[in-house]
Design a protein around this ligand. Sequence first.
Ligand code: SF4
Ligand code: SF4
Length: 104
Amino acid sequence: MLKKYLKNKEQEWEDLCIRCGGCCGSFDDPCVHLRKDKHKKYYCEIYETRLGLHKTVGGEEFNCVGVKEIIRTRWKNDHLCACKREVRSPKKRVKGQGPGGKED
Ligand code: SF4
Ligand code: SF4
């Protein structure tokens, strides 16, 4: 029951994401696992196993966490983040995918 609830909550967050890649450094120093698809949307090449220690292209080490855990932190161009906008003022959902996103 709780597991299903948490899974649904996680999916709600993923559905908000417009895959701008900002939370994975697309406007700055990106994660080495961040990729762009043919529609110019970002996705994570290791999405299912993404959580944990990784490096940016510039060599900086960081811990990849779920978007809920960083939603109140700042990153470059975070005003574009649909998940942050939802937290500030909940509105109609936009279809998309998770932090960094899965590939279509
Ligand atoms: S979800 Fe995590 S591992 Fe994947 S590209 Fe973004 S920061 Fe990197
Ligand atoms: S969680 Fe926000 S910043 Fe990250 S890819 Fe999705 S919309 Fe962009």
